[in-house]
Design a protein around this ligand. Structure first.
Ligand code: T4K
Length: 400
């Protein structure tokens, strides 16, 4: 990594990139590799590779204990976990979701013939705005899916109140929220159920994987059947089902990362604090904050670029990419502006002004335990140079 002092030191001006290797937003954590390999040896010894194997059971038990929830049903990935959860709740017709989320939240509904109805977010929290949710309820609405975006809890209490008033099911997409809390209680027990992703890019990963957590015995039993084609013992199918089984090799990775997850969170927190110290003094940028009274996993370092600075968010993204800093524009442009949903609801944007505004100003920065020492400060300094010498650009040219 080289130190950047002036605009002409940037790759934008023909200098070599600031980082010789790309820095990713979702660079996976791997825990202790030797422990993982020992588990793989055990797995080969047992010749038990999938279908409710010992590693899957151990992982489910440890996650349930950690989150203080009765059941953890491990699934092959977070998207299938959402699909199974939605089916277990019997959702149909219309379900209210944010548009400002990863596309899987909407796809998990539409894939099953359920219409995702997009409600706007609160621009201060990036999470569903309860008043907007109320406005989207129709006689066809059967449920609400809140998303704990960036691990910041959705407005659980307010959404539960709406669900209770209207007889709707409430579930949460907790893909970002492993080890995060709401009201000082770990996320995993809110609504009827909550869904996690253990994708490679997540703070806690099992290569691919996911889980549904719930205190409801019947729901848990139904989801266990559904993830294995509905089989109840040999030759006996009692439920429609799919293949949502988590493999043993993925569970072995999950167990290995679970041993390390608190260290991973601590490393991410330290990166976050390093970014904060530098970014707080850059006019025009603001770092998304986490409630000091709640737990967060610091997986996502999110900044908002003020419209007033005269440089577009996308210009900044491209400039950082040239420096090998592979920031992301999550979750631009919002699900409702992605083709499948734009075709369905061409006018959805009329009721989603906050979604549009937030989606157009967010940049997610690289973090994770393998972020090189000092990289958070160096990245912030590049941002500082870009913004402070912005007058050196032709503003018209810079709006890409
Ligand atoms: N709900 C929400 C709110 C979600 O955010 C997600 C997933 C889901 C549901 C669904 O859960 P899963 O079915 O995925 O379990 C990524 C992930 O694919 C996705 O899991 C995640 N959210 C989403 C926020 O981000 P992409 O398209 O950005 O991923 P990708 O493959 O481009 O990876 C991001 C960066 O990480 C790349 O720059 C490269 C780096 N990377 C990635 C992988 C996979 C690595 O360095 N190594 C790797 O192995 O969607």
């Amino acid at each position: 990594m080289k130190s950047i002092g002036r605009l002409h030191d940037l790759a934008l001006y023909g200098a070599p990139p600031a980082f010789s290797e790309p820095l990713h937003v979702g660079y996976p954590s791997i825990g202790n590799k030797d422990d993982f390999l020992r588990r793989i040896d055990d797995m080969f010894e047992r010749r038990f590779f999938t279908n409710d194997g010992p590693f899957v059971r151990e992982l489910e038990q440890r996650i349930a204990e950690r989150l203080g929830v009765k059941h953890c049903v491990a699934v092959a990935n977070g998207t299938l976990a959402l699909e199974i959860a939605i089916r277990a709740l019997g959702l149909q017709g219309e379900v209210i979701v944010p548009s400002y989320t990863f596309i899987a939240t909407a796809h998990a509904l539409w894939w099953q013939g359920i219409t995702p109805v997009f409600a706007d977010i609160n621009p201060a929290t990036h999470n569903l705005d309860p008043a907007a949710v109320r406005r989207m309820i129709t006689p066809r609405t059967t449920g609400i899916i809140g998303v704990h975006l960036w691990g910041r809890p959705a407005p659980v209490r307010e959404l539960q109140q709406i669900a209770d008033e209207h007889g709707l099911e409430l579930m949460f997409d907790a893909a970002h929220a492993f080890s995060c809390s709401y009201g000082n209680e770990l996320i995993g027990r809110f609504g009827r159920l909550e869904v996690f992703s253990f994708h490679a890019t997540k703070i806690f990963n099992s290569f691919e994987g996911g889980a549904v957590t719930t205190d409801d015995d019947e729901l848990a039993a139904a989801m266990r059947l559904m993830r294995n084609f509905g089989f109840s013992g040999y030759d006996n199918v009692i439920y429609p089902g799919t293949n949502g089984k988590l493999t043993e090799i993925c569970a072995a990775m999950g167990l290995t990362n679970l041993d390390a997850v608190d260290d991973i969170i601590a490393a991410n927190r330290s990166n976050y604090e390093e970014y904060r110290a530098a970014i707080d003094s850059i006019p025009g940028l603001s770092l998304v904050r986490f409630d000091p009274d709640e737990q967060n996993n610091y997986q996502y370092v999110v900044i908002e670029v003020s419209r007033k600075i005269g440089l577009s968010r996308d210009f900044i993204v491209n400039a950082l990419h040239r420096e090998n800093i592979l920031v992301r524009r999550y979750f631009w442009p919002g699900c409702h502006r992605m083709k499948p949903y734009r075709d369905l609801f061409p006018h959805a944007g009329l009721v989603l002004p906050n979604t549009k505004e937030v989606a157009e100003k967010v940049i997610v920065l690289p973090t994770g335990p393998s972020l090189p020492e000092g990289a958070a400060t160096a990245i912030s300094n590049i941002l500082r140079v870009l913004l402070s010498e912005k007058d050196a650009y032709e503003i018209g040219h810079s709006h890409e």
